[in-house]
Design a protein around this ligand. Structure first.
Ligand SMILES: [Zn+2]
Length: 190
């Protein structure tokens, strides 16, 4: 379990995520940032569940159970051995680091909204050099799907490769409309 510079662990922050920040978290920059990261992770799922609630009534128990399951399985925070894109040395990265880099590569695009990014190694050799990325984006109506698909693959590749060496990268792309319906799904080498 990784310890923050202030002495608290990520798990400490996680345990308190549903409540308001405690006195320490309010004034501690490391806990504050960690809380923001974890909230980010939760928010996508929470949004889905809240949307479901509007149809089926309130079910806080189900939300709490799912959140617990998510937290028990926070793979995105576990580090993986990779090769640094900058220096070529072995480095530890998390899926979240790679997802952040991919989101950074997209920047503020008015026509493509990144809903989901997950990047994980696809080879069994450490440090890993082969990767698989899953990316789901919402596209503006009337978008050229072929063009968007190509853009998404390029941005994912750019993001991943700013952080790690990827000798082979498979990009699993899902294009969705603004209601979350799948418009196109493709698996491309990059
Ligand atoms: Zn702290």
């Amino acid at each position: 379990m990784s310890t923050l510079p202030c002495g608290r662990t990520r798990d400490d922050v996680l345990q308190n995520l549903d409540g308001p920040p405690d006195a320490h978290e309010i004034q501690c920059p490391w806990c504050h940032d960690e809380r923001a990261r974890l909230k980010d992770l939760d928010s996508g799922l929470a949004t889905i569940l809240r949307t479901g609630d509007e149809d089926g009534g309130n079910d806080d128990g189900a939300i709490a159970a799912v959140m617990r399951a998510v937290r028990e399985n926070l793979r995105p925070l576990r580090s993986t051995s990779a090769v640094s894109a900058l220096g070529g040395e072995a480095v530890k990265v998390t899926s979240l680091d790679l997802a952040d880099a991919v989101r950074g590569a997209f920047g503020e695009s008015p026509r493509i909204q990144v809903n989901y990014v997950d990047v994980r190694p696809s080879d069994g050799v450490s440090p890993h050099r082969q990767w698989r990325a899953e990316c789901a984006v919402s596209v503006a109506p009337d978008s050229d799907l072929t063009e968007v698909e190509t853009t998404v693959v390029a941005k994912v590749s750019e993001g991943v490769r700013t952080v790690v060496v990827a000798e082979h990268l498979v990009v699993d792309v899902t294009l969705e409309d603004v209601h979350g319906e799948t418009l196109r799904h493709a698996v491309r080498d990059s």
